[in-house]
Ligand binder design. Structure first.
Ligand code: UD1
Length: 433
């Protein structure tokens, strides 16, 4: 086994306890928020994944200091900042989607922002039109080139902004642009994922004036300057759900320290509906299969507080073992079923449809965004290649549930979202060859 593939002998229940740290999508964004201030910030409970390392490098490349001063505690200080030089820009191109969020801090502190072409998982078009439309409305001049996005603004101005869709990234973008803008930004139809609320808590600690109103609305009154923060990132609810799926799928029992039910309500409802069981403890949660059989379940992904799209792939794999037909309707990304072919190769019976099942969504009739899963189908080992993070973990779940040996190639992608996942698998008793 090297870091590009993993070989699993399936059919063994996984049992034991694992630790989960700060949510990858929260840690990297809160690191970006530190750039809004020239005062020091402390971020605790960081995860060691690619985006954290990349943002550490980006902060250093724009003139800041970032250092892990003790285990999982990073200190950041950005006295004077500037844009990335050409070399760093080239190193960052295509690696992550987080750098798009540098717009607000770089514009506020330097009057211009150069954003490298973005990366991230190939699960749909993933445009940034909502980000750029909002920044333009706030007064930024924007030029899009093949190499990246170039923005200029002496000062951004608060405006009423209504998102056509409650995009997580666009909401983070507007929050970080509005906190130092002149005047009031009323952001409506905003995303309210736990990672957004974690960012808002941090920005408020820095001195930002943000009010949360009903109906997905934030009122942000721009201030002249912000101080630093001392913040502990929320645990990774996306990783926690993945391990819960492992417990359900392999008929094992897994405890996850620091897991918080309040961040995962809609996952837990579907987990229970499918036959999963859990207990909430003082410092975490424990997950296992509560019924003899897995029950077919209808899942629709949605923005928070709905069932998160990142929970979908590992949960769908478990449903291949349900006693009957399950339906998974993906409404957030248009092509999030790239993993189905590999699962069918392992013996699953999953067909994709273009039509919506349940509520009508933006993708009706245009994209294969509904999966019909007929179970139970015994899975057998195969050689399969990981296309993106969550699909990658779903292959791991499939491999753990299958009879025989599965070789998962391109498995290094999993390091983008799952810290030390092979070590965790081993600790839980997985048979890695
Ligand atoms: C973030 C998470 C990702 C998660 C997603 C939804 C990070 C690094 N990634 O991604 O793990 O799956 O939230 O919870 O935090 N859209 C547009 N125009 C835009 C922006 C988005 O059309 O300008 C569309 C996207 O194509 C997609 C949908 O909106 O179909 C959701 O995207 P968004 O919520 O912005 O996700 P990300 O912030 O990219």
């Amino acid at each position: 086994m090297d870091n590009t593939h993993i070989k699993i002998q399936g059919g063994v229940p996984l049992n034991g306890q694992i630790e989960v740290f700060g949510e990858k999508n929260s840690v990297a964004k809160i690191m970006v928020a530190s750039l809004l201030s020239d005062k020091p910030s402390i971020l605790r409970n960081i995860c060691h994944v690619v985006d954290t390392e990349l943002m550490t490098n980006v902060i250093r490349a724009v003139g800041g200091e970032a250092e892990e001063i003790e285990e999982r505690v990073i200190r950041i200080e950005n006295k004077d900042i500037h844009n990335m030089d050409e070399k760093t820009l080239q190193e960052v191109v295509g690696k992550s989607r987080v750098p798009i969020l540098l717009c607000g801090p770089l514009l506020a502190r330097t009057g211009e922002a150069i954003i490298p072409a973005l990366g991230g998982d190939i699960i749909g078009n993933r445009p940034v039109d909502l980000h750029l439309t909002a920044l333009k409305k706030m007064g930024a001049k924007i030029e899009e080139k093949a190499s990246g996005i170039y923005l200029k603004a002496k000062k951004l101005h608060g405006r009423p902004i209504r998102l056509d869709y409650p995009s997580v990234g666009a909401t983070e973008q507007i929050l970080m642009a509005a906190v130092l803008a002149e005047g009031i930004t009323q952001l409506s139809n905003a995303a309210i994922e736990p990672q957004i609320m974690d960012l808002v808590v941090t920005l408020r600690q820095m001195g930002a004036d943000i009010i949360f109103e009903p109906e997905r609305t934030f009122i942000i009154n721009g201030v002249n300057s912000l101080s630093g923060y001392d913040h502990t990132a929320i645990p990774d609810r996306l990783e926690i759900a993945s391990w819960a799926c492992v417990a359900l799928g392999t008929n094992g029992k897994i405890s996850v320290t620091d897991a918080r039910a309040e961040h995962m309500r809609s996952f837990l409802d579907k987990f229970e509906a499918a036959g999963g069981a859990f207990t909430i403890k003082d410092h975490g949660m424990e997950f296992w299969r509560g019924e003899d059989v897995i029950t077919p379940t209808h899942v629709e992904t949605d923005v928070s507080p709905g069932f998160a799209t990142d929970w979908q792939p590992p949960f769908a794999v478990v449903l291949t073992q349900a006693n009957g037909q399950s339906i998974v309707h993906e409404t957030v990304y248009e092509s999030r079923f790239g993993y189905v072919e590999a699962l069918n190769k392992m013996g699953a019976d999953i067909t994709l449809e273009k039509r919506c099942r349940g509520m009508l969504c933006r993708f009706n009739d245009e994209y294969y965004h509904t999966a019909i899963i007929n179970g139970p189908t015994p899975l057998h080992g195969a050689e399969i290649e990981v296309p993106d993070i969550r699909a990658g973990f779903s292959y791991i779940v499939g491999a753990l549930m299958a009879q025989g040996t599965t070789t998962v190639t391109n498995s290094q992608i999993l390091n983008r979202g799952y810290e030390k996942f092979t070590e965790k698998l081993q600790n839980l008793g997985a048979q890695l060859l």
